[in-house]
Design a protein around this ligand. Sequence first.
Ligand SMILES: Cc1cc2nc3c(=O)[nH]c(=O)nc-3n(C[C@H](O)[C@H](O)[C@H](O)COP(=O)(O)OP(=O)(O)OC[C@H]3O[C@@H](n4cnc5c(N)ncnc54)[C@H](O)[C@@H]3O)c2cc1C
Length: 390
Amino acid sequence: MSVLILVEHDNQEVKSSTLNTVTAARQLGDDLHGLVIGNGCAEVAAAAARIDGIDKVYLVDSAEFEHGLVENSAIVVADFARSYTHVLAPASTFGKNLMPRVAAMLDVQQISDISSILSEDTFIRPIYAGNALAKVQSSDSIKLITVRTTTFDAAAVNGPDAPVETLDSSANAGLSEFLKHDLTRTERPELTTAKIVISGGRGMQSGENFQMLERVADQLGAAVGASRAAVDAGYVPNDYQVGQTGKVVAPDLYIAVGISGAIQHLAGMKDSKVIVAINKDEEAPIFQISDYGWVVDLFDAIPELEQALKWLLSFKFKPTDIISAHSRNILYWWEWECSSSKTESAEELNTIDREAAEFWFDSDWLSCFSWCLTEYAHFDSKIFQALSFS
Ligand SMILES: Cc1cc2nc3c(=O)[nH]c(=O)nc-3n(C[C@H](O)[C@H](O)[C@H](O)COP(=O)(O)OP(=O)(O)OC[C@H]3O[C@@H](n4cnc5c(N)ncnc54)[C@H](O)[C@@H]3O)c2cc1C
């Protein structure tokens, strides 16, 4: 099999979606080539050449490709594709924009959003918002595939460097023109690659209320997402949207706040490792797929969560430390505190809890964090009153 991988990038760095695509490609063949199309992106090609499994990188570097107009780059890809049995791109906006054009130019059927590979011509892909899995077999001589990146691990990037061949190629379809980029600038991690995502739904009631989630996100180093209802209501921009018609995410921890759990939303987040739902309606469908559920009014819960995190961070633990052990100890401490009516200085408590943490717990932080959330609910918020002494 000869396999071509379309490298997603921004002329500066390779997007992580490419690493997942390489892992999928490795299941199809041993001779993997990467194709980098852009402008002033030699460093991208060099970085792509260090991805494990890539045997050669082609670089097409020209001004027409500066802004990723697919009307131009599709011409190059279609030309390249004729020499390969499989052409793979991530099922991101990049791949979803580019591949249908290439498929039309080559007169082949695109195979979209595959989640596993059964053989060189047979693939599994989710349909009906992930409620069913279709087995798709293709008899096309060139298989144009987009890859659901959350279902394939990222390939490692430790070389050795594959050769990079620069081709003198340009293509201007004359169909489109770059006007401007209107980007949301954020210091937070990118939604699709963040390890923690906190998303808000219609229950947030306004864009201003999303600031509550942003503050929690900043404490946890998380990205902020949203349901389509929240986007449609104008609370947040549409690049926040998670779901069937938004972004597909699979973070270590997904916190859904004021989101009911419609199938179209679940389609974009149900592969998350740990799901925490905060909703005042105990019948909300989101609880059926959540690992930890907190039935509570979010306008009580989120400020409390923010306060608790602030307090926890004041001990100079990193978020991961806090969640691995410290939050549990706080619960123990709180029980003890209530029973003995004794107070400790923050410094003393820090020492005690650090020792106790080492002694008592050695479990993963995500489970503990989620557990902690449910415990907060269990203690009916009293824990936060107890914590406010500091
Ligand atoms: C073709 C198609 C594609 C779609 N694609 C997407 C998609 O990509 N992503 C997506 O998200 N949706 C998508 N949808 C829309 C989807 O069907 C739902 O309408 C949407 O997900 C609902 O968003 P929500 O959960 O925020 O709102 P709602 O369903 O209205 O739920 C709001 C929730 O907030 C809770 N709540 C309210 N107030 C509070 C409070 N004070 N405290 C705690 N909880 C509170 C309520 O109990 C409720 O459960 C799509 C629909 C279609 C037809």
